[in-house]
Structures are given as structure tokens and as C-alpha cells.
Design a protein around this ligand. Structure first.
Ligand code: SAM
Length: 273
């Protein structure tokens, strides 16, 4: 049974007051204040004792405490320089906790997490997409990525080809994993309340379905969606129009209509010929 004591509105207000802190909007700080949501995230991540878990943005330690109580070895990366002092107090006594101070987008994650690990995080919403792409495009030994994101981002992560919200993020998520929206979380479960509904997405990482030069594949995908209104012939012209015309794929189509497999075919042809 988990006892995350920080995940409570009174405890959170008390901690912020004690350390003379205010949630910093520019850092996407919306602290969870509901123990049941923490429990649900830990459950969705299927945390077992002794597992390595990477948390991005521990804040004052709310979700961290749930993960630690479940027996995980948690490495947490936090950018806000004021929070380490808080975490030293709120998570005092947990020996399975390691704090790394810095920006998740600048830290070498492969070096930090060399063994299989899970990700569990309530992400800062201003850089959700960059964080997810960093986790997915680098071939890290992550086995499960469980993140709280804006509901709209959750829908993009799980969108199918042909839908208006299908984009580079959908392709990266679905190339690397099988994603599903586990549950939604309303604004009042956070302090301060965000303006949007949130959702927890579980990405079960698996071997990519196609053998392809991954770096080049992601480059093609990003280039194609950078100008999503254009036809493939125009958006991917930098890779060579002749190769595109010989690819066997109708280049009058747009990126938003291409399946993962078609992107892989295109990337292979554009790279090798
Ligand atoms: N995990 C806490 C919770 O659930 O209550 C806080 C989540 S809050 C939505 C996002 C956290 O990410 C904040 O603590 C913020 O300071 C941190 N953060 C923002 N940008 C970051 C970055 N580039 N690298 C690491 N942490 C970051």
C-alpha cells in the first residue's frame, strides 16, 4: 500500500510556504495534489521493487515519493535550482533516490541510464514534445514510458494516419512503442490548476516494426511534417525529386496520410539510391 504523503493540497501548500516558493509558470510547474492519481501512475507504470526509474521534473517530490514507496530506484532530473533543498527534506530517508540537477534536454541520458529503465513523469507542458522526442529518437534502453501530458498531446501521440493531428510525434511514439491513453486527469488535481485537461499515456517500448536507418528515418519524418500542407514531392524535395518519383509511393500525397511502414520505405529509398 502506497502512502504518498506529499500528494495532498495541504502538504503541498505547507511545503511551498515553508520554502517561500511559488510554482514557476515558465518551468511548467503544476504540482500533483492527489494521492490517488499518484497511485494510478505508479500502477500504470507497473513498478516493481528494485527497478530503475527515470523521473523528469520531480518538483517537490510528489510522484517521486509514490515511486520510491513502490521500491523503485529513482533517478530524477530537475532544472529548478530552488528544488533540491526541498527534495532533500521531503524525500529524506529514502535511500533509493538520486537527484540530478540540470536540463533533461541537455543531459546525456544514455550515460545516465545505461541499464533497462522505465520513465514515469508528470512532464513540464512547455517542452513535452521535445522531451518525448528526445526519449524516443535516441535508442535508449527504456522499456516503458509513462507520462502525464496535456490531453491534446496524448491524442497526438496515439493518432492514426489520415487524422489532422497525426504528426512527427505520432510517428516517433508509434515507431518506438505501443501507446495507449490510460486515464484523464482534471485540472483540479494540480496546484496551480492548469487550463487544460491532462492525460496519462503508457508507451510500451518494443523493437521497431521495420529495420531502417533510424536517424535518417526520423530526419525524413521531421522534414515531411515541417511543411505538412505540402505534397511529399515538395516537402521532401531536399532529398532528391528523382528518388522520390522512383519510390513507388504517390508523392502527391501529404505526410499526414503516410503510415509508419510507408515512411520506412521512403526513408530506405531516399537513403540508399
Ligand atoms: N513531478 C512533480 C509533480 O508531479 O507534482 C512536478 C511536475 S511539474 C508539471 C514539472 C517539473 O519539471 C517541475 O518541477 C519543473 O521545475 C521541472 N522542469 C521544467 N523544465 C525542466 C527541464 N528542462 N529539465 C528538468 N526538469 C524540468
Amino acid at each position: 500500500m502506497l502512502h504518498p504523503r506529499i500528494a495532498d493540497p495541504y502538504a503541498t501548500r505547507h511545503i511551498l510556504k515553508k520554502f517561500k516558493l511559488r510554482a514557476v509558470k515558465g518551468l511548467g510547474q503544476n504540482f500533483l495534489i492527489d494521492a490517488e492519481v499518484v497511485r494510478q501512475i505508479v500502477e500504470a507504470a507497473e513498478i516493481c521493487a528494485g527497478e530503475d526509474v527515470l523521473e523528469i521534473g520531480p518538483g517537490i517530490g510528489t510522484l517521486t515519493q509514490g515511486l520510491l514507496e513502490a521500491g523503485a530506484f529513482v533517478t530524477a532530473i530537475e532544472l529548478d535550482k530552488k528544488l533540491p533543498a526541498v527534495l532533500r527534506e521531503t524525500l529524506a530517508g529514502y535511500e533509493n533516490f538520486r537527484l540530478v540537477e540540470g536540463d533533461v534536454l541537455k543531459i546525456n541520458l544514455a550515460e545516465l541510464m545505461p541499464r533497462p529503465f522505465k520513465v514515469a513523469a508528470n512532464l513540464p507542458y512547455y517542452i513535452t514534445t521535445q522531451i518525448l522526442l528526445t526519449l524516443l529518437e535516441k535508442n535508449l534502453p527504456a522499456t516503458k514510458i509513462v507520462t502525464m501530458v496535456q490531453k491534446e498531446v496524448a491524442e497526438r501521440m496515439t493518432a492514426a494516419p489520415g487524422s489532422k493531428i497525426y504528426g512527427a510525434l505520432s510517428v516517433a511514439v508509434q515507431f518506438r512503442s505501443q501507446p495507449r491513453i490510460a486515464f484523464e486527469v482534471p485540472p483540479e488535481k494540480f496546484l496551480p490548476s492548469p487550463e487544460v485537461t491532462s492525460a496519462v499515456v503508457v508507451c510500451d517500448v518494443r523493437k521497431p516494426p521495420f529495420a531502417v536507418d533510424e536517424e535518417f528515418f526520423f530526419k525524413v519524418v521531421r522534414t515531411a511534417f515541417a511543411q505538412r500542407r505540402k505534397t511529399l514531392l515538395n516537402s521532401l524535395a531536399v532529398f532528391g525529386k528523382e528518388k522520390l518519383l522512383a519510390s513507388g509511393i504517390d508523392v502527391k500525397r501529404r505526410a499526414e496520410n503516410l503510415s509508419l511502414e510507408e515512411f520506412a520505405t521512403l526513408a530506405t529509398i531516399l537513403k540508399t539510391r
